[in-house]
Design a protein around this ligand. Structure first.
Ligand SMILES: [Zn+2]
Length: 207
């Protein structure tokens, strides 16, 4: 079964800091005049469900368009950390107690996707701690995904190593702990520091 892990793009999609642009979805043609409709979309590269590339925080770093496409479909281990208290950091100890296969991508499920759109989402999410991020780097994760944002420190820890961050997943309640195939498809933006993405989990044995 294919599970859609993407938040829809709408004009109501929340953004974090003021330097992230507001999302706009505007119709620029109409059926009466043009016999078709067309829509202009304004969206930040770090809005909604999206993927961060090293260039986001490292000058001259790799762009989202410079990855081997094999990275966008790979085995991932779902770490079920839900339900989760607000702001309760995800620690290295917690992750060490889970059977994450070496070299597998990781999906952090906290349940915070249900709060996406709340004004407090960016202030209350349970963050991956620096120690836990370092542990995942040591485990050889090729990619990290979560139903939350990440701290700026954690961005640096992964992006310094070229490991992309899949951010603000949706529907993680439909995932159970264990292995899935993670399909992450960022828009192919030339030299992109990040890009909105459509993300799916392919789960075997579930229909
Ligand atoms: Zn981002």
């Amino acid at each position: 079964m294919l599970i859609d892990l993407t938040h829809p793009i709408t004009p109501r999609i929340p953004v974090y800091f003021p330097w992230h642009p507001a999302t706009e979805v505007t119709q620029t043609a109409n059926y009466e005049e043009h016999r078709c409709i067309v829509t202009a979309i304004t969206i930040g590269t770090h809005t909604g469900t999206h993927i961060d590339a090293p260039r986001h925080v490292l000058e001259g770093g790799r762009g989202i368009d410079e990855y081997d496409t094999r990275l966008w479909m790979l085995e991932a281990f779902v770490c079920d950390l839900s339900p989760r208290e607000a702001q309760k950091g995800i620690t290295a100890d917690e992750l060490q107690s889970l059977p994450i296969p070496r070299g597998s991508a990781v999906i952090l499920k906290t349940g915070w996707d249900a709060r996406f759109g709340d004004a407090e989402y960016y202030k209350t999410y349970p963050p991956l701690t620096n120690d836990a991020a370092e542990y995942l780097v040591q485990l050889g994760v090729p990619l990290i995904a979560a139903d939350t944002p990440y701290t700026l420190d954690v961005h640096y820890i992964f992006l310094k190593k070229g490991i992309p961050l899949v951010t603000n997943l949706n529907n993680t309640s439909k995932l159970s702990e264990g292995n899935v195939m993670l399909i992450s498809a960022p828009l192919l933006i030339e030299h992109g520091d990040g890009a909105p993405a459509r993300v799916f989990a392919l789960v075997e044995g579930v229909s």
